[in-house]
Design a protein around this ligand. Structure first.
Ligand code: HEC
Ligand code: HEC
Length: 374
């Protein structure tokens, strides 16, 4: 239950940051140099091959740390594209540990949409060496660039000189700085949405937003909160809008996206590509049972991160909610990308009116961080 404690302390920090930036900085002071270093690395575009792409290129602060407008992101080599839609990572540091929940018979947590990295530090090593992303050929190639960077002295101050003599250790240290930065308050204005202010009794929702919230939570209506929890937790922690479980919603293939024609070279496998999600995680022993499942994403800042789902197939929030509503009854929806394990119990025929769909969308807009209480 470690993440709940972290969560609570973050919550306190982010509310004090409403009042004063300085109190936040004092509270995180022990790691302030490492955090500053992590930020420099996160934004450093020289760390890709060819140069020009940073973590921040695909995880843009003003877009929920996702990349709006791209089904999948171009790599440092801009003729290559990754396989998945860049997720919002503003809240990724609060992700639950990777484990199996026997009661619900589901995997929980972990990083990436298939949970294949067990820590944020491990995750941070992936993009540098991914040929479809930052494209470096080796760890050494990355560390040599760090050695020539303007922040090399900060790196040495934080981790010591010796660490740079061992490429593996230096690479681990770099990933640690990235993880610590992402967990810090300077990374994201977490828990500052209109909905958070509402939960704290500091503001009201509009009538439409309130109707949307009710539909979002009602088991016989949207039932969204079954997987995207929306209430304050037992220890007073604000909701993350994900239970970190895995599910196959039966979303159509990327080729069905309205943006598809704009760029056909989405990934090396081309238009026939099928993403089996959790089944691609090398730690999974029986992949058949996990085919097509993806980690439930947070819905915080969701209005800023279109298009939607692991493959970016839906262009808008309205289309996404409409899909939950009518997947099984409206012929306009193309076949699922992966037909096994599709969840038929909780979605597909919600019988919401168009007005109710729009009400849920209005509620989702209250989850944007940076709300200013009037
Ligand atoms: C080319 C675009 C791109 C770049 C560059 C990039 N990412 Fe990502 N990021 C993605 C995509 C796409 C995913 C989902 C991949 C998957 O699930 O296989 C992802 C996933 C993540 C996740 C996991 C989120 C979760 O909820 O599990 C984190 C954290 C993250 N990236 C941080 C970083 C860091 C740190 C860097 C720099 C070292 C970086 N990213 C560079 C596109 C990118
Ligand atoms: C059974 C669990 C479950 C329920 C119920 C559920 N979701 Fe989801 N939701 C998921 C999963 C899993 C994904 C990711 C699926 C994928 O990428 O293929 C997701 C993705 C989303 C996304 C896209 C997120 C992104 O970053 O691209 C939105 C928006 C969303 N859900 C909203 C809702 C709303 C609104 C409801 C209620 C009408 C709802 N969800 C009900 C599990 C669920």
């Amino acid at each position: 239950m470690k993440h709940i404690f972290r969560n609570t302390s973050l919550l306190l920090l982010s509310f004090s940051s409403f009042l004063s930036v300085y109190s936040t900085q004092a509270a995180t002071n022990d790691h302030s140099l490492e955090i500053a270093l992590g930020k420099l690395i996160f934004e450093d575009k020289t760390l890709s091959n060819p140069e020009g792409q940073a973590c921040a290129s695909c995880h843009i602060a003003s877009q929920g740390h996702a990349q709006e407008g791209f089904i999948v992101s171009p790599g440092a080599n801009s003729t290559l594209f990754g396989n998945r839609n860049a997720p919002s990572i503003s809240y990724a540091s609060l992700t639950s540990d990777w484990h199996f929940n026997h009661e619900d018979e589901t995997w929980i947590g972990g990083f990436f949409l298939d949970g294949r990295a067990t820590t944020l530090q491990e995750q941070a090593k992936g993009p540098f060496l991914n040929p479809l992303e930052m494209g470096n050929r080796s760890k050494e190639m990355v560390i040599n660039k760090i050695k020539k960077s303007p922040y090399i002295n900060i790196f040495k101050t934080v981790y010591g000189d010796e660490v740079l003599q061992n490429t593996d250790q230096a690479f681990d240290a770099m990933a640690s700085a990235l993880a610590i930065y992402q967990a810090s308050d300077s990374f994201a204005q977490r828990f500052t949405s209109k909905y958070d202010a509402y939960l704290q009794g500091k503001t009201r929702l509009s009538k439409q937003e309130q109707r949307g919230l009710t539909l979002f939570e009602a088991e016989d209506k949207g039932n969204c909160a079954a997987c995207h929890p929306s209430q304050i937790g037992e220890n007073g922690e604000l909701p993350l809008f994900t239970d970190f479980s895995y599910d196959n919603l039966g979303v159509p293939r990327q080729i069905n996206s309205p943006f598809y024609g704009m760029n056909k070279r989405f990934n090396p496998a081309g238009s026939s590509y099928v993403d089996t999600g959790l089944a691609t995680n090398p730690n999974i022993k029986k992949p058949e049972a996990q085919l097509g499942k993806f980690k439930v994403p947070t819905l915080r800042n969701i209005a800023q991160t279109a298009p939607y789902m692991h493959n970016g197939v839906f262009a808008t929030l309205t289309e996404s909610v409409d899909f939950y509503n009518s997947r099984d009854v409206d012929k306009k929806w193309a076949a699922p990308e992966v037909a096994t394990n599709v969840n038929k119990d909780e979605l597909g025929n919600l019988q919401l009116s168009q007005q109710e769909v729009e009400d849920i969308v209005a509620f989702l807009h209250t989850l944007d961080d940076g709300y200013i209480i009037e």
